[in-house]
Design a protein around this ligand. Sequence first.
Ligand SMILES: Nc1ncnc2c1ncn2[C@@H]1O[C@H](COP(=O)(O)OP(=O)(O)OP(=O)(O)O)[C@@H](O)[C@H]1O
Length: 346
Amino acid sequence: MPALDIQSVSKSYNHLLVLDHVSAQIDKGELVTLLGPSGCGKTTLLRSIAGLADIDEGRVILDGRDVTKVPIHKRGIAMVFQSHALFPHMSVADNVAFGLKMQGVAKAEREERVKRALSLVRLDDYLARMPHELSGGQQQRVAIARAVVTNPTALLLDEPFGALDRKLRETLQVELRRLTKELGITAIFVTHDQEEAVVLSDRVAVMNAGIIQQIAPACDVYENPANEFVANFMGFQNIFDAEARSAQQLAIGDTVIAVEKIEAQPGSKVRMAIRAERVSLASGHREGAMPGQISSSVYQGEQTSYVVDTATGPVTARIPTTDARFAVGEAVSVDLDPAAIRILAH
Ligand SMILES: Nc1ncnc2c1ncn2[C@@H]1O[C@H](COP(=O)(O)OP(=O)(O)OP(=O)(O)O)[C@@H](O)[C@H]1O
């Protein structure tokens, strides 16, 4: 039985369909991220699970219990938001103890659980501090401790690290993952940052226009996008038309490439994707390779990104800067790594 079963949930705001029959099953102890562009419905889905938004259709089942009509405070859910919603006039310990107090947990047990929760977020020594005496990252750690201390059936996090700098975000991502795994908490994390989703998740649900486009382990979404939207969103810089010549041959313009396997009828048009890191370049035109001309280059530190004009259109190649030696206007051969070519579903 899944810990959370989202069954065909739909929601509209002013006749605009924001969630379109969304379904997903999440196992106990699993960390799933909802990833997608601004406005795709991530927060609305999270709020629907929490009971903060009424849904028009569908059901939300938590631990086998239909909670569709159950108010938020009776769902056993804890939430963490982007802005630190700590009580400003309460100490760190009192902030974390608040939910337990509401549940009527006795003082001695409360103190014990608050200490453990704060130790899990490495804030053992901060019990007596006030929120304004903490950094932004520490405040978010307190918010997480406050959320997990009540042993929620699910922990819902809405871009909790959105306001923090990159380095701190990375630290907190690792900590959050460790914490949820240690406690066996089922968690759903909203983000629009694909790197964050890949680092954190057991599975990533990529959303667009109120629909989950793909829900799969992070490496699958990253390496085997289900369709063009997911490929684009997961950073495939090169997406173009091609033709399946046979089960193992793909024609891109006049260039024919041997690939491992194509699931398409010979002669049919397909859309293909390849990451810029899997495209290599060589000076001059070589027989059998795709000919092109360098149109721009951007230095990116360890790597340099080139855009090459080809008969198929622009192709982006990202190669180690130490190997980069191409001038704008130079004629080059473009090689696509056959193992890295992905054929996209329509
Ligand atoms: N209370 C509301 N009333 C009317 N429209 C709303 C309301 N809440 C959200 N919307 C609309 O629903 C759509 C989805 O919003 P939602 O906040 O779920 O997106 P999101 O994917 O979380 O975006 P972001 O990453 O920008 O937070 C948007 O078009 C938004 O304008």
